[in-house]
Design a protein around this ligand. Structure first.
Ligand SMILES: [Zn+2]
Length: 311
């Protein structure tokens, strides 16, 4: 039995199911509304405190304790149909995978298998929080997700999450360059690889946040592809950018395909590893780190749902 962290599991009944998503509230619209759509969400431009550690992002809300993620998954595990397993641990902190399904697929259709990963970069907590939020939404409202089978690893790099660092603690390595079968890859990736290898997936999304809280640029959400996938990405981002700002320039790291759609061929990324092994719809999704945590999480959840509606 892997060591559990901190307090015992908090049990909840099905009706009060843990972590039912809070009612959706969108920041007051600035500017205009488009017919029938929810108000456009503006980035929170509140100035952030300067970071002392260049790897560290400073948020107005800092959900940095792996314990909070562990507690959320423990609450989910009490709900019938939710399966939480521990893949292993990083210095005693469990790395967990959650499996749960939406409502059964419509007659005559195959289930759609979706992989979601978060927290590969510890300093990007919005990815982890969005993965947990999505899990809670599926557990509470499976009818919103007919035919989907979810496999979710919300926190790949728990010590980076705790420390606010992009890299992992033990190797000081960017785990999103280490997706490979090799005894020398960091333990976090060794734990994750068997889950990645349950593919090919109908859809695989690796959730991140990009840019700093202080620097200009990267002022919007975006998806990163390895290659191809134009039609799906174009459809999803066209709809998404009616409600959210998207990145609309080529950056040092990414080549813009169209606003909100970037391409990178970095080696060893989760999205690249899956794409090369037959998951065509494999993308990194990035929230703008300078937005409030609330906007980052709402946006990432909406963006994931945009992919689910079209895949
Ligand atoms: Zn990242």
């Amino acid at each position: 039995m892997p060591r559990r962290v901190g307090s015992p599991a908090i049990r909840s009944t099905k009706t009060t199911a843990a972590g039912a998503p809070k009612p959706k509230s969108i920041p007051k619209p600035r500017g205009f509304e488009r017919g029938g759509r929810k108000p456009r969400v503006a980035l929170d431009a509140r100035p952030a405190k300067p970071a002392t550690n260049p790897q560290r992002n400073v948020f107005d809300v800092v959900p940095r304790a792996p314990q909070t993620v562990f507690d959320a998954l423990t609450r989910l595990d009490a709900i019938p149909g939710v399966d939480v397993k521990t893949l292993g641990d990083i210095d005693g902190i469990p790395v967990q995978v959650v499996r749960l399904n939406g409502a059964p697929p419509p007659p005559g259709t195959e289930p759609k298998r979706v992989l979601i990963t978060g927290g590969v970069h510890g300093s990007e907590p919005a990815g982890t929080m969005s993965a947990v939020e999505l899990l809670e939404l599926v557990a509470k409202s499976p009818d919103l997700f007919p035919g989907f089978e979810f496999t979710v690893v919300p926190l790949v790099n728990p010590e980076g999450f705790r420390d606010g660092t992009r890299h992992n603690e033990n190797d000081d390595t960017d785990l999103n360059r280490e997706a490979a079968h090799d005894d020398h890859v960091p333990k976090e990736m060794q734990l994750l690889m068997p889950v990645l290898d349950e593919g090919p997936w109908t859809l695989a999304l690796d959730l991140h946040a990009s840019g700093s809280t202080t620097a200009a640029g990267k002022n919007g959400f975006f998806a990163i592809r390895t290659a191809g996938n134009d039609e799906l990405l174009h459809g999803v981002m066209s709809e998404f950018k009616a409600s959210y700002d998207v990145l609309d320039e080529t950056t040092a790291r990414y080549t813009m395909v169209e606003p909100g759609v970037m391409e990178s061929k970095n080696m060893g990324t989760v999205k690249g590893y899956l794409f090369e092994r037959g998951t065509e719809a494999s993308f990194t999704l990035e929230a703008p780190a300078r937005a409030s945590m609330k906007v980052q999480v709402e946006g990432l959840v909406d963006l994931v749902r945009g992919f689910l509606s079209r895949v």
